[in-house]
Design a binder for this molecule. Structure first.
Ligand code: ACO
Length: 309
């Protein structure tokens, strides 16, 4: 028995904030942001709540899967920017979708939130506890960004990505996964209760490349798959230089690495499901292909998932 992606969807807020717009807010330049991060613009949720974005992405994923919300057994939402302290975004989403039965919850793992959620969903499906699971990564980071701090405000954006997972009847499956965390390093990247994102960028950069590489190597060797047999790598979109360094270390051609950070910046838990959806829509990921996903975020948390689509 395996786990298969039945459908994916996204929601990106309409409002776009470009690097040139940021030049008017803080002492920065399009040139600095582009060369240091690869980001050109990001989306800002002005009218949309976190639940609104999660709902739109979920409906799109359900539509592509040919399913209705009533078919879903479990909803897992990866987010660090919930609308309310409680109830969870998952429960609010469950109500918005008009679901009856099943259960919903949030998972807090910062930028690794989507991969951690996928890990739980895969486990529930393989344990026979659920047949269809809706996994959402959604963030409204614009609410916890200090718009006077140029070292962080240029990096983040808002958005949502959703994936419907179901029991697989074919070769599609999660082939291997590796989730890790090290709480001792929490203060490299955090936000206090009601506070803004604080980040030791340079330190994080080095740890990110090293940890993601290690997790990727573990899943590849665990599944007995060589880097050359990977069709596509979908890394968390935090910095294009991190992404390039990672591909280089893994010996994977940059052409096989999906990048959309230029348009959305770092959307934390939403970044991988947004990229996954776009890669599928653009025909860069086809049924039977092997995709390697990897993330690194606050916690510190990190991981990698190898999946046959
Ligand atoms: N515009 C212009 N100059 C700037 C800006 C800016 N927006 N921000 C910083 N600078 C300046 C600094 O003040 C510094 O100036 P100085 O040399 O005079 O002191 C100089 O640029 C270099 O700063 P660094 O911080 O060393 O720049 P670096 O090349 O490391 O890039 C960055 C910074 C982009 C943050 C990078 O370190 C990075 O991407 N780190 C990792 C981020 C990451 O992985 N996040 C993932 C998890 S996110 C999550 O979980 C929510």
């Amino acid at each position: 028995m395996g786990t298969r992606i039945a459908g994916t969807g996204t929601y990106l807020p309409r409002s776009i904030l470009t690097n040139h717009d940021l030049e008017k807010l803080v002492e920065t330049s399009d040139e600095w942001i582009t060369t240091r991060t690869g980001i050109k613009e990001r989306r800002i949720a002005k009218e949309e709540s976190v639940v609104d974005m999660a709902k739109e992405a979920s409906l799109s994923a359900l539509g592509r899967a040919g399913l209705s919300p009533k078919d879903i057994d479990v909803v897992i939402v990866g987010t660090l920017t919930p609308d309310k302290r409680f109830p969870s975004t998952g429960c609010l989403l469950q109500a918005e979708l008009g679901m009856e039965g099943g259960y919903a919850f949030d998972l807090s793992a910062a930028c690794s939130g989507f991969l951690y959620s996928l890990e739980v969903a895969d486990g529930l499906i393989k344990a026979g506890k659920a047949e269809k699971v809706l996994v959402v990564g959604v963030e409204k980071l614009s609410e916890i960004v200090d718009w006077t701090d140029r070292s962080t405000c240029v990096l983040f954006g808002d958005g949502a990505g959703a994936v419907v997972l179901e029991r697989s009847e074919d070769e599609s499956d999660v082939l291997a996964s590796e989730m890790l965390s090290d709480g001792r390093l929490w203060d490299i990247l955090y936000a206090d209760k009601c506070g803004y994102i604080k980040m030791k960028g340079r330190e994080l950069f080095k740890v990110a490349v090293r940890n993601m590489e290690e997790a990727c190597r573990k899943v590849l060797s665990g599944a007995g798959i060589s880097p050359k047999d990977v069709s596509l790598v979908i890394p968390h979109q935090a910095n294009v230089r991190i992404i390039k360094a990672l591909a280089e270390k893994l010996g994977i051609d940059q052409e096989k690495v999906y990048v959309n950070i230029d348009r959305y910046g770092n959307t934390s838990a939403a970044s991988i499901p947004i990229a996954l959806h776009e890669a599928i829509e653009e025909g860069k990921l086809k049924r039977g292909d092997v995709v390697l996903m990897t993330a690194m975020g606050g916690g510190l948390t990190w991981g990698a998932t190898l999946l046959r689509y």
